[in-house]
Design a protein around this ligand. Structure first.
Ligand code: NDP
Length: 241
């Protein structure tokens, strides 16, 4: 039996496509998200899959779900910290609750998941944590201040944890995608930020990244031998600036 793969934010977008890649290769999985119906829909034709409704900002809930899956499938060998939110807006008038939600989900959620699996991985000298960052974790975009802050945070924390865990043979990886049309933008409340996004999209011919290609990249990175760590991949539509 292959080792357990845990994917957060598996109810849509990148997470859903990543789950499909690993299911096709026969991995036992734990798929996490807050919407049970969506998770059940993703998992319906997959074997050896558990789903659990977890908010990644709730450490105890998150840990309980992972331990339950580990009781059934063995220790987690891959955690994909993919759950995230992008609430665009200007700092001068954005609701501060949106900043807090993004920082809690995009940063604390990643730290929570990492702590839950890292000790076992270090003890076993085997395991991979892959954090979903963004090109907004490397460069700035207007209307993205708090999101950029969260994703620069993901870059910083991932590289720190990689350095701390390299000697224990644990891999910490990052994927930094460009724009892709998932459910991400559906949570944006600022009409002007959405309209700015649509204008920007036109500059790249309206073509964004297909989430399938992000998922294939994640699978390729994980499939390298444990002794090889593809630390980071930036992937975007060719026309994105
Ligand atoms: P989606 O909105 O389609 O997916 C986000 C996922 O995160 C959903 O499954 C959602 O599930 C889950 N999620 C959100 N908040 C929480 C929470 N508190 N606890 C648990 N799960 C949560 O967007 P994407 O697939 O695009 O986003 C996935 C990741 O990719 C994010 O980290 C995003 O920042 C990043 N990214 C996306 C880009 C894009 O252009 N689409 C570009 C670069 C990076 P549920 O609602 O069921 O909880």
């Amino acid at each position: 039996m292959k080792s357990l793969v845990v994917i957060t934010g598996a109810s849509s977008g990148f997470g859903e496509e990543i789950a499909k890649q690993f299911a096709a290769d026969g991995y036992p999985m734990l798929l996490l998200g807050r919407r049970e119906e969506k998770l059940a829909e993703v998992a319906k034709d997959m074997d050896n899959v558990m789903i659990d409704t977890v908010d990644v900002t709730d450490y105890d809930q998150f840990e309980k779900a992972i331990r339950k899956a580990e009781d059934k499938y063995g220790k987690t060998d891959l955690l994909v910290n993919n759950a995230g939110l992008m609430l665009l807006g200007n700092v001068q008038n954005q609701d501060r609750k949106e900043w807090q939600t993004m920082l809690d989900t995009n940063v604390m959620g990643v730290l929570n998941g990492t702590q839950i699996v890292l000790n076992d991985m270090r003890e076993r000298h085997h395991g991979t944590i892959l954090n979903m960052s963004s090109l907004a974790g490397k460069k700035t975009f207007v209307n993205h201040a708090a999101y950029v802050a969260s994703k620069f945070g993901v870059h910083g924390l991932s590289e720190t944890i990689r350095e701390e865990s390299a000697a224990e043979n644990v891999r910490v990886m990052m994927v930094a995608p460009g724009a892709a049309e998932t459910e991400l933008l559906t949570h944006v409340t600022s009409k002007s930020a959405l309209s700015d996004y649509e204008s920007w999209k036109e500059t790249m011919g309206g073509i964004t990244l297909d989430p399938v290609h992000v998922a294939e990249t994640v699978k390729f990175m994980y499939d390298m031998p444990q002794e090889v760590n593809i630390r980071e991949v930036d992937i975007a539509a060719t026309r994105q600036d």
